[in-house]
Design a protein around this ligand. Structure first.
Ligand SMILES: C[S@@+](CC[C@H](N)C(=O)[O-])C[C@H]1O[C@@H](n2cnc3c(N)ncnc32)[C@H](O)[C@@H]1O
Length: 403
Protein backbone atom coordinates (compact mmCIF):
# COMPACT_ATOMS: atom_id res chain seq x y z
CA UNK A 1 0.00 0.00 0.00
CA UNK A 2 1.31 3.47 -0.87
CA UNK A 3 2.06 5.70 2.05
CA UNK A 4 -0.85 8.00 2.82
CA UNK A 5 0.22 11.63 2.39
CA UNK A 6 0.25 13.66 5.61
CA UNK A 7 -0.48 17.38 5.51
CA UNK A 8 -0.96 20.09 8.11
CA UNK A 9 -4.39 21.71 7.92
CA UNK A 10 -5.62 25.21 8.71
CA UNK A 11 -5.90 26.03 12.47
CA UNK A 12 -9.61 26.74 12.00
CA UNK A 13 -10.12 23.32 10.38
CA UNK A 14 -8.26 21.70 13.29
CA UNK A 15 -10.58 23.41 15.76
CA UNK A 16 -13.67 22.48 13.79
CA UNK A 17 -12.68 18.83 13.36
CA UNK A 18 -12.05 18.60 17.11
CA UNK A 19 -15.59 19.95 17.62
CA UNK A 20 -17.03 17.24 15.36
CA UNK A 21 -17.19 19.12 12.07
CA UNK A 22 -16.47 16.73 9.19
CA UNK A 23 -15.40 19.07 6.35
CA UNK A 24 -12.14 20.68 5.21
CA UNK A 25 -12.72 23.67 2.94
CA UNK A 26 -10.24 25.05 0.36
CA UNK A 27 -7.47 27.22 1.81
CA UNK A 28 -3.71 27.62 1.52
CA UNK A 29 -3.26 24.41 3.54
CA UNK A 30 -5.76 22.08 1.86
CA UNK A 31 -4.85 23.39 -1.61
CA UNK A 32 -1.49 21.67 -1.07
CA UNK A 33 -3.04 18.18 -0.86
CA UNK A 34 -1.69 16.18 -3.85
CA UNK A 35 -4.41 15.97 -6.54
CA UNK A 36 -4.00 12.24 -7.07
CA UNK A 37 -4.27 11.34 -3.36
CA UNK A 38 -7.44 9.44 -2.51
CA UNK A 39 -6.87 9.76 1.24
CA UNK A 40 -4.99 12.41 3.22
CA UNK A 41 -3.96 12.34 6.87
CA UNK A 42 -4.61 15.75 8.42
CA UNK A 43 -1.97 16.92 10.89
CA UNK A 44 -2.63 19.26 13.79
CA UNK A 45 -0.52 22.31 14.77
CA UNK A 46 2.05 20.01 16.43
CA UNK A 47 2.25 17.78 13.35
CA UNK A 48 0.34 14.96 15.06
CA UNK A 49 -2.10 12.88 13.01
CA UNK A 50 -5.59 14.26 13.61
CA UNK A 51 -7.95 12.77 11.05
CA UNK A 52 -8.17 10.53 8.02
CA UNK A 53 -9.73 12.50 5.16
CA UNK A 54 -11.51 11.44 1.97
CA UNK A 55 -10.02 13.73 -0.65
CA UNK A 56 -12.10 15.45 -3.33
CA UNK A 57 -9.68 17.68 -5.28
CA UNK A 58 -12.30 18.71 -7.87
CA UNK A 59 -14.87 19.98 -5.37
CA UNK A 60 -15.14 23.74 -5.26
CA UNK A 61 -16.24 24.12 -1.63
CA UNK A 62 -15.34 20.93 0.23
CA UNK A 63 -11.81 19.71 -0.35
CA UNK A 64 -11.98 16.74 1.97
CA UNK A 65 -14.32 15.02 4.44
CA UNK A 66 -13.41 13.33 7.69
CA UNK A 67 -13.63 9.56 7.58
CA UNK A 68 -12.06 8.85 10.95
CA UNK A 69 -10.33 10.42 13.91
CA UNK A 70 -9.40 7.02 15.37
CA UNK A 71 -5.91 5.62 14.85
CA UNK A 72 -4.26 3.80 13.22
CA UNK A 73 -5.19 5.46 9.94
CA UNK A 74 -3.13 3.17 7.69
CA UNK A 75 -5.20 0.22 8.92
CA UNK A 76 -8.41 2.17 8.32
CA UNK A 77 -7.31 2.69 4.71
CA UNK A 78 -6.22 -0.95 4.31
CA UNK A 79 -9.67 -2.08 5.46
CA UNK A 80 -11.56 0.80 3.93
CA UNK A 81 -14.00 -1.35 1.94
CA UNK A 82 -14.93 -3.42 5.00
CA UNK A 83 -15.32 -0.24 7.07
CA UNK A 84 -17.54 1.27 4.41
CA UNK A 85 -19.73 -1.84 4.29
CA UNK A 86 -20.02 -1.86 8.09
CA UNK A 87 -21.11 1.78 8.20
CA UNK A 88 -23.69 1.27 5.45
CA UNK A 89 -25.04 -1.83 7.24
CA UNK A 90 -25.32 0.16 10.44
CA UNK A 91 -27.22 2.95 8.68
CA UNK A 92 -29.63 0.42 7.11
CA UNK A 93 -30.18 -1.20 10.50
CA UNK A 94 -31.22 2.16 11.97
CA UNK A 95 -34.01 2.45 9.35
CA UNK A 96 -35.46 -1.01 10.04
CA UNK A 97 -38.25 0.35 12.28
CA UNK A 98 -39.29 2.69 9.45
CA UNK A 99 -39.29 -0.13 6.90
CA UNK A 100 -41.30 -2.35 9.23
CA UNK A 101 -43.87 0.34 10.13
CA UNK A 102 -44.78 0.70 6.40
CA UNK A 103 -46.07 4.20 7.19
CA UNK A 104 -44.00 5.59 4.38
CA UNK A 105 -42.14 4.21 1.38
CA UNK A 106 -40.13 7.41 1.17
CA UNK A 107 -37.13 7.64 3.49
CA UNK A 108 -33.36 7.87 3.69
CA UNK A 109 -31.42 4.65 4.20
CA UNK A 110 -28.19 6.63 4.53
CA UNK A 111 -27.98 10.31 5.47
CA UNK A 112 -24.39 11.35 4.81
CA UNK A 113 -22.22 12.83 7.53
CA UNK A 114 -24.66 12.02 10.35
CA UNK A 115 -24.37 8.33 9.42
CA UNK A 116 -20.57 8.65 9.29
CA UNK A 117 -20.78 8.32 5.51
CA UNK A 118 -19.76 11.81 4.42
CA UNK A 119 -21.32 12.95 1.18
CA UNK A 120 -23.19 9.66 0.65
CA UNK A 121 -26.99 9.61 0.73
CA UNK A 122 -29.25 6.68 -0.16
CA UNK A 123 -33.01 7.07 -0.53
CA UNK A 124 -35.61 4.35 -0.55
CA UNK A 125 -38.40 5.37 -2.91
CA UNK A 126 -40.96 2.55 -2.96
CA UNK A 127 -39.27 -0.40 -4.66
CA UNK A 128 -36.61 1.94 -6.12
CA UNK A 129 -33.36 3.17 -4.62
CA UNK A 130 -31.64 6.45 -5.36
CA UNK A 131 -27.96 6.73 -4.40
CA UNK A 132 -26.72 10.31 -4.20
CA UNK A 133 -23.05 11.28 -4.24
CA UNK A 134 -22.27 14.78 -2.96
CA UNK A 135 -18.58 14.02 -3.54
CA UNK A 136 -17.14 12.23 -6.56
CA UNK A 137 -14.90 10.33 -4.11
CA UNK A 138 -17.65 7.68 -3.97
CA UNK A 139 -17.46 6.92 -7.70
CA UNK A 140 -14.56 4.56 -6.97
CA UNK A 141 -16.61 2.66 -4.38
CA UNK A 142 -19.79 2.33 -6.42
CA UNK A 143 -19.54 -1.46 -6.60
CA UNK A 144 -18.99 -1.85 -2.82
CA UNK A 145 -22.02 0.34 -2.15
CA UNK A 146 -24.13 -1.62 -4.66
CA UNK A 147 -23.03 -5.01 -3.31
CA UNK A 148 -23.84 -3.99 0.27
CA UNK A 149 -27.24 -2.73 -0.86
CA UNK A 150 -27.99 -5.95 -2.77
CA UNK A 151 -26.99 -8.11 0.23
CA UNK A 152 -29.37 -6.35 2.60
CA UNK A 153 -32.20 -5.64 0.14
CA UNK A 154 -32.06 -8.45 -2.47
CA UNK A 155 -35.60 -7.50 -3.56
CA UNK A 156 -34.38 -4.25 -5.15
CA UNK A 157 -33.82 -4.89 -8.84
CA UNK A 158 -30.78 -3.49 -10.64
CA UNK A 159 -33.02 -1.64 -13.07
CA UNK A 160 -34.66 0.04 -10.09
CA UNK A 161 -31.36 1.42 -8.82
CA UNK A 162 -30.36 5.00 -9.64
CA UNK A 163 -27.21 7.03 -9.00
CA UNK A 164 -27.01 10.81 -8.96
CA UNK A 165 -24.22 13.35 -8.45
CA UNK A 166 -25.53 16.31 -6.46
CA UNK A 167 -24.21 19.50 -4.95
CA UNK A 168 -24.57 23.23 -4.66
CA UNK A 169 -22.62 24.16 -7.76
CA UNK A 170 -23.76 23.59 -11.37
CA UNK A 171 -21.04 21.02 -12.22
CA UNK A 172 -22.32 18.77 -9.44
CA UNK A 173 -26.00 18.98 -10.33
CA UNK A 174 -26.68 15.95 -12.50
CA UNK A 175 -29.82 13.97 -13.27
CA UNK A 176 -30.22 10.55 -11.63
CA UNK A 177 -28.81 7.85 -13.92
CA UNK A 178 -30.24 4.34 -14.07
CA UNK A 179 -27.79 1.55 -13.31
CA UNK A 180 -28.85 -0.68 -16.20
CA UNK A 181 -29.85 1.82 -18.86
CA UNK A 182 -28.35 5.33 -18.64
CA UNK A 183 -31.10 6.69 -20.95
CA UNK A 184 -33.99 5.35 -18.91
CA UNK A 185 -36.75 7.61 -17.60
CA UNK A 186 -38.83 6.11 -14.83
CA UNK A 187 -42.28 7.01 -13.50
CA UNK A 188 -43.93 5.20 -10.60
CA UNK A 189 -45.99 5.76 -7.44
CA UNK A 190 -45.09 5.53 -3.79
CA UNK A 191 -47.06 5.81 -0.58
CA UNK A 192 -46.42 8.16 2.34
CA UNK A 193 -48.83 8.28 5.32
CA UNK A 194 -51.53 6.65 3.22
CA UNK A 195 -51.15 9.10 0.31
CA UNK A 196 -49.93 8.12 -3.17
CA UNK A 197 -47.35 10.29 -4.95
CA UNK A 198 -46.12 10.27 -8.51
CA UNK A 199 -42.32 10.01 -8.71
CA UNK A 200 -40.05 10.65 -11.69
CA UNK A 201 -36.45 9.54 -11.98
CA UNK A 202 -34.09 10.32 -14.82
CA UNK A 203 -35.92 13.37 -16.15
CA UNK A 204 -35.47 15.99 -13.42
CA UNK A 205 -32.98 16.91 -10.71
CA UNK A 206 -35.54 16.34 -7.92
CA UNK A 207 -37.83 13.33 -7.97
CA UNK A 208 -41.17 14.91 -6.98
CA UNK A 209 -41.29 14.63 -3.22
CA UNK A 210 -38.85 16.06 -0.69
CA UNK A 211 -37.82 13.01 1.27
CA UNK A 212 -36.20 15.08 4.04
CA UNK A 213 -39.61 16.74 4.62
CA UNK A 214 -41.31 13.42 5.21
CA UNK A 215 -40.48 13.22 8.93
CA UNK A 216 -41.58 16.87 9.23
CA UNK A 217 -45.00 16.01 7.77
CA UNK A 218 -45.19 13.45 10.53
CA UNK A 219 -44.18 16.01 13.19
CA UNK A 220 -46.91 18.33 11.92
CA UNK A 221 -49.80 15.92 12.42
CA UNK A 222 -51.13 17.90 15.38
CA UNK A 223 -50.99 21.24 13.55
CA UNK A 224 -53.78 20.74 10.99
CA UNK A 225 -57.15 19.77 12.47
CA UNK A 226 -60.21 18.50 10.57
CA UNK A 227 -62.36 21.32 9.18
CA UNK A 228 -59.52 23.84 8.94
CA UNK A 229 -58.57 26.00 5.97
CA UNK A 230 -54.96 25.58 4.84
CA UNK A 231 -52.82 27.67 2.50
CA UNK A 232 -49.70 25.98 1.09
CA UNK A 233 -47.28 28.54 -0.40
CA UNK A 234 -44.34 27.42 -2.60
CA UNK A 235 -46.15 24.07 -2.73
CA UNK A 236 -43.96 22.24 -5.34
CA UNK A 237 -45.84 18.99 -6.20
CA UNK A 238 -48.23 19.49 -3.30
CA UNK A 239 -47.07 16.97 -0.67
CA UNK A 240 -48.18 19.25 2.18
CA UNK A 241 -51.48 20.01 0.40
CA UNK A 242 -52.43 16.35 -0.03
CA UNK A 243 -51.30 15.66 3.50
CA UNK A 244 -53.54 18.51 4.79
CA UNK A 245 -56.52 17.12 2.84
CA UNK A 246 -55.81 13.73 4.40
CA UNK A 247 -55.92 15.38 7.86
CA UNK A 248 -59.48 16.46 7.02
CA UNK A 249 -58.89 20.10 6.01
CA UNK A 250 -62.07 21.81 4.79
CA UNK A 251 -60.19 23.71 2.07
CA UNK A 252 -56.61 23.68 0.82
CA UNK A 253 -55.19 26.35 -1.50
CA UNK A 254 -51.85 25.48 -3.16
CA UNK A 255 -49.62 28.12 -4.72
CA UNK A 256 -46.57 27.68 -6.95
CA UNK A 257 -45.05 29.70 -9.75
CA UNK A 258 -44.28 26.61 -11.80
CA UNK A 259 -47.02 25.23 -14.11
CA UNK A 260 -45.00 21.99 -14.35
CA UNK A 261 -45.12 21.37 -10.60
CA UNK A 262 -48.78 22.37 -10.42
CA UNK A 263 -49.61 19.79 -13.12
CA UNK A 264 -47.64 17.25 -11.10
CA UNK A 265 -49.74 18.19 -8.06
CA UNK A 266 -52.92 17.53 -10.08
CA UNK A 267 -51.50 14.17 -11.09
CA UNK A 268 -50.83 13.41 -7.40
CA UNK A 269 -54.40 14.37 -6.52
CA UNK A 270 -55.64 12.09 -9.29
CA UNK A 271 -53.91 9.14 -7.59
CA UNK A 272 -55.86 9.65 -4.37
CA UNK A 273 -59.59 9.05 -4.83
CA UNK A 274 -60.21 9.10 -1.09
CA UNK A 275 -59.25 12.81 -0.94
CA UNK A 276 -62.00 15.30 -1.74
CA UNK A 277 -60.64 17.12 -4.81
CA UNK A 278 -63.38 19.76 -4.61
CA UNK A 279 -61.77 21.04 -1.43
CA UNK A 280 -58.56 21.85 -3.27
CA UNK A 281 -57.70 24.94 -5.31
CA UNK A 282 -54.52 25.52 -7.34
CA UNK A 283 -53.11 28.99 -7.94
CA UNK A 284 -50.33 29.05 -10.54
CA UNK A 285 -48.70 32.34 -9.65
CA UNK A 286 -46.15 33.86 -7.31
CA UNK A 287 -46.85 33.62 -3.60
CA UNK A 288 -46.90 37.42 -3.40
CA UNK A 289 -49.54 37.62 -6.08
CA UNK A 290 -51.58 34.83 -4.49
CA UNK A 291 -51.51 36.48 -1.07
CA UNK A 292 -52.78 39.70 -2.67
CA UNK A 293 -55.52 37.83 -4.53
CA UNK A 294 -56.64 35.86 -1.47
CA UNK A 295 -56.75 39.04 0.61
CA UNK A 296 -58.85 40.81 -2.04
CA UNK A 297 -61.25 37.83 -2.04
CA UNK A 298 -61.56 38.17 1.74
CA UNK A 299 -60.23 34.66 2.37
CA UNK A 300 -58.77 33.65 5.73
CA UNK A 301 -56.87 30.53 6.78
CA UNK A 302 -56.23 28.55 9.96
CA UNK A 303 -52.83 27.28 8.82
CA UNK A 304 -50.35 28.72 6.32
CA UNK A 305 -47.40 26.60 5.24
CA UNK A 306 -44.56 28.54 3.66
CA UNK A 307 -41.45 26.83 2.28
CA UNK A 308 -39.67 29.21 -0.12
CA UNK A 309 -36.59 28.25 -2.16
CA UNK A 310 -33.42 29.21 -0.27
CA UNK A 311 -32.73 31.91 -2.83
CA UNK A 312 -34.44 33.20 -5.92
CA UNK A 313 -33.51 35.42 -8.80
CA UNK A 314 -35.54 37.95 -10.76
CA UNK A 315 -32.91 37.92 -13.50
CA UNK A 316 -30.98 40.88 -12.08
CA UNK A 317 -30.37 40.09 -8.48
CA UNK A 318 -30.44 37.08 -6.12
CA UNK A 319 -32.53 37.41 -2.99
CA UNK A 320 -32.22 34.98 -0.11
CA UNK A 321 -35.37 33.58 1.50
CA UNK A 322 -34.39 34.97 4.89
CA UNK A 323 -34.45 38.52 3.45
CA UNK A 324 -37.91 38.08 1.95
CA UNK A 325 -39.45 36.70 5.13
CA UNK A 326 -40.29 40.10 6.62
CA UNK A 327 -42.53 40.96 3.71
CA UNK A 328 -43.96 37.44 3.55
CA UNK A 329 -44.85 37.56 7.26
CA UNK A 330 -46.68 40.85 6.77
CA UNK A 331 -48.67 39.50 3.82
CA UNK A 332 -49.40 36.11 5.40
CA UNK A 333 -50.65 37.78 8.56
CA UNK A 334 -53.33 39.57 6.52
CA UNK A 335 -54.94 36.24 5.55
CA UNK A 336 -54.33 34.31 8.78
CA UNK A 337 -57.15 33.98 11.31
CA UNK A 338 -56.64 34.78 15.00
CA UNK A 339 -55.11 31.73 16.77
CA UNK A 340 -54.09 30.50 13.31
CA UNK A 341 -50.69 28.95 12.74
CA UNK A 342 -47.85 29.88 10.44
CA UNK A 343 -45.57 26.98 9.51
CA UNK A 344 -42.48 28.59 8.05
CA UNK A 345 -39.34 26.95 6.74
CA UNK A 346 -35.85 27.93 5.76
CA UNK A 347 -33.84 25.52 3.69
CA UNK A 348 -30.20 26.59 3.77
CA UNK A 349 -27.14 25.68 5.80
CA UNK A 350 -25.97 29.29 5.56
CA UNK A 351 -28.37 30.43 8.29
CA UNK A 352 -28.44 28.66 11.66
CA UNK A 353 -31.73 27.91 13.39
CA UNK A 354 -30.83 30.50 16.07
CA UNK A 355 -30.38 33.15 13.41
CA UNK A 356 -33.62 32.13 11.69
CA UNK A 357 -35.45 32.45 15.03
CA UNK A 358 -33.90 35.85 15.64
CA UNK A 359 -34.67 37.24 12.18
CA UNK A 360 -38.28 36.08 12.43
CA UNK A 361 -38.72 37.46 15.96
CA UNK A 362 -37.12 40.79 14.91
CA UNK A 363 -39.33 41.02 11.82
CA UNK A 364 -42.47 40.29 13.83
CA UNK A 365 -41.39 42.98 16.31
CA UNK A 366 -40.83 45.56 13.56
CA UNK A 367 -44.20 44.71 12.04
CA UNK A 368 -45.82 44.87 15.49
CA UNK A 369 -47.31 41.41 15.04
CA UNK A 370 -47.88 39.18 18.03
CA UNK A 371 -47.09 35.48 17.56
CA UNK A 372 -46.19 32.77 20.07
CA UNK A 373 -43.68 30.05 19.25
CA UNK A 374 -45.67 26.82 19.19
CA UNK A 375 -43.09 24.34 17.89
CA UNK A 376 -39.64 24.14 16.33
CA UNK A 377 -39.18 21.83 13.36
CA UNK A 378 -36.08 20.23 11.91
CA UNK A 379 -34.61 17.16 10.30
CA UNK A 380 -35.57 14.04 12.22
CA UNK A 381 -35.92 10.24 12.18
CA UNK A 382 -34.23 8.98 8.99
CA UNK A 383 -32.47 12.37 8.62
CA UNK A 384 -30.28 12.66 11.71
CA UNK A 385 -28.06 15.67 12.44
CA UNK A 386 -24.56 15.89 13.88
CA UNK A 387 -23.35 18.03 16.76
CA UNK A 388 -20.77 20.57 15.66
CA UNK A 389 -21.98 20.40 12.05
CA UNK A 390 -24.55 23.15 11.38
CA UNK A 391 -24.30 22.56 7.61
CA UNK A 392 -26.00 19.20 8.19
CA UNK A 393 -28.98 20.88 9.89
CA UNK A 394 -29.86 22.82 6.77
CA UNK A 395 -33.62 22.50 7.13
CA UNK A 396 -35.30 24.47 9.90
CA UNK A 397 -38.87 25.39 10.61
CA UNK A 398 -41.06 27.23 13.10
CA UNK A 399 -44.72 26.90 13.94
CA UNK A 400 -45.97 30.28 15.16
CA UNK A 401 -49.41 30.87 16.65
CA UNK A 402 -51.14 34.18 16.03
CA UNK A 403 -52.13 35.90 19.28
C1 LIG B 1 -38.40 24.31 -1.61
S1 LIG B 1 -39.61 24.03 -2.82
C2 LIG B 1 -40.98 23.71 -1.80
C3 LIG B 1 -41.11 22.26 -1.36
C4 LIG B 1 -42.46 21.90 -0.78
N1 LIG B 1 -42.73 22.66 0.42
C5 LIG B 1 -42.53 20.40 -0.46
O1 LIG B 1 -42.23 20.02 0.69
O2 LIG B 1 -42.86 19.62 -1.36
C6 LIG B 1 -39.85 25.64 -3.46
C7 LIG B 1 -40.96 25.80 -4.53
O3 LIG B 1 -41.18 27.20 -4.67
C8 LIG B 1 -41.56 27.48 -6.02
N2 LIG B 1 -41.35 28.94 -6.21
C9 LIG B 1 -40.20 29.62 -6.39
N3 LIG B 1 -40.40 30.95 -6.36
C10 LIG B 1 -41.74 31.12 -6.16
C11 LIG B 1 -42.57 32.25 -5.98
N4 LIG B 1 -42.08 33.48 -6.03
N5 LIG B 1 -43.88 32.04 -5.74
C12 LIG B 1 -44.41 30.80 -5.69
N6 LIG B 1 -43.65 29.69 -5.83
C13 LIG B 1 -42.35 29.84 -6.06
C14 LIG B 1 -40.71 26.56 -6.84
O4 LIG B 1 -41.33 26.32 -8.10
C15 LIG B 1 -40.68 25.31 -5.93
O5 LIG B 1 -41.67 24.41 -6.31
Amino acid sequence: MDRIPEFPIHPVSIKLIRAGHPWVTPDTFSNRFPRQAEFVIALDERKRALALLLHDPGHRNIKARVWSTKFPFDREVQHFTAGLQARIDQAFEKREPLRKSRERENYYLVFGEADQLPGLFILRLGDRVLIQFYTSFWNRYKSTILTTLAEVYPEIKEEHTWIQLRGETKELQKLPVNLVDPNRRDEFHLQEFGIQYHIRLGSSYDHGIYTDMSSIRSQLRSVVAPGQRVLNLFCYTGAFSLWALKQGAEKVVSVDLSPKYMEWLQQNLGLNDDLDHKRHESLVMSSDEALGLLKSRGEAFDVIICDPPSSSSDGDKRTSAIKTYRDLLRRMDLVLRRSGKLVIFLNTHQVTSQKFDRVIQDSLGELELSYKLHKRLGLDEDCPTLRGFPEGSYLKGLVLEKQ
